[in-house]
Design a protein around this ligand. Structure first.
Ligand code: NCD
Length: 328
């Protein structure tokens, strides 16, 4: 999704650092909007966005929905569990049916890598990937970049450890691309069984020794053990995993003073992160969630807004409370 692209399917669609920075700057404007007494602007009035979630989600779905509402878009809810998908309707027919009702964007989450890309070939609407299998989760990577920038001033020259089940993680794949594009150095920390079998072309280093890595990093990014995507036991036991790769109360003491702890959620407290560590001031996990709304406002605005010009922080984004009653 360069400023002119219709879809956001992969983080690469942003065309590298410049595109990511465009989203970051636009997000600043929407953070400001989100802090207003009435956190709503008419930017996407008259646009309709449909959610097509074939996989469970708490924060991503609610975050997109909040973002759309703050931009005054209409939203169409689609629950796979109570839809004709259960009667055998194909992905293509479902997408075409939704589009026929007149929508401007579809936000898709699917357990198969590439599903949003297929939908983008079938429909004229903009498609946003909200997570496809192990493959990509671009808006998560954008909100992660934004949260690091908010706390550390930027990613350039920062060292970021991504720890845990990297093999099954679309978050890790999008984050590696986004973090390195922004000038950070990424180290993956995991047992060999939880790493992708082939890391050729990944701009990362790898370590199996978390204790050796902890003191050197600016960000400790933890991942959940994605057991629903595993077909075999990849760690001997969760207790052993926690002892070797968990951010325990002892290990967190080794972090630099200003180092951040991040997690995309949902957390498994007591496994990859101790219950106490999750609530430390340096754990910015709820900031990630908060920033997610503004980042998704920026993405939806770039795809569906006039697009001609990016709004200036205080200017183009009219406060909804300043519009006429008729417009509201
Ligand atoms: C992640 C996901 O679904 O990919 N969660 C999220 O979107 N915040 C990570 C996970 O499920 O572990």
């Amino acid at each position: 999704m360069s400023a002119t692209s219709r879809h956001l399917l992969d983080i690469d669609d942003l065309g590298g650092r410049e595109g990511i920075e465009t989203v970051m700057r636009l997000t600043d404007s929407f953070v400001e909007v989100s802090q207003r007494q009435i956190p709503k602007v008419p930017a996407l009035r008259g646009k309709t966005i449909a959610w097509l979630f074939y996989e469970d989600s708490t924060r991503t779905r609610l975050s997109f929905e909040t973002a759309a509402k703050r931009l005054s878009a209409d939203t169409m809810n689609f629950s796979v569990s109570s839809s004709s998908v259960k009667k055998g309707e194909s992905l293509r027919d479902t997408a075409k049916t939704i589009e026929a009702m007149g929508i401007d964007a579809i936000v898709v989450r699917h357990s198969s890598a590439g599903a949003p890309h297929r939908i983008a070939q079938w429909v004229d609407a903009s498609v946003v990937n909200a997570g496809d299998g192990w493959h990509q989760h671009p808006t998560q990577a954008l909100l992660d970049c934004y949260t690091i920038r908010e706390h550390l001033g930027g990613l350039e020259g920062r060292r970021i450890a991504i720890v845990g089940d990297i093999k099954h993680s679309r978050v890790a794949r999008s984050d590696v691309t986004a973090f390195t594009a922004m000038g950070a150095e990424v180290v993956l920390v995991a047992p060999p069984t939880l790493l992708p079998p082939n890391l050729d072309g990944w701009p990362v280093t790898v370590s199996h020794d978390l204790d050796a890595v902890v003191p050197s990093v600016d960000v400790m990014y933890l991942l959940r053990m994605q057991r629903e995507r595993m077909t075999e036991a990849l760690v001997p036991s969760l207790r052993e995993y926690t002892a070797t790769y968990g951010l325990t109360n002892q290990r967190v003491e080794l972090l630099k003073d200003d180092a951040l702890v991040m997690h995309p959620g949902p957390m498994n407290r007591g496994v990859e992160i101790s219950a106490e560590v999750a609530d430390l001031p340096r754990s910015v996990i709820l900031d990630q969630v908060r920033n997610g709304v503004s980042v998704r406002m920026a993405v939806l605005y770039l795809l569906l807004g006039s697009g001609a010009e990016l709004p200036s922080p205080a200017g183009t984004l009219t406060n909804a409370s300043e519009t006429s009653d008729q417009e509201k």
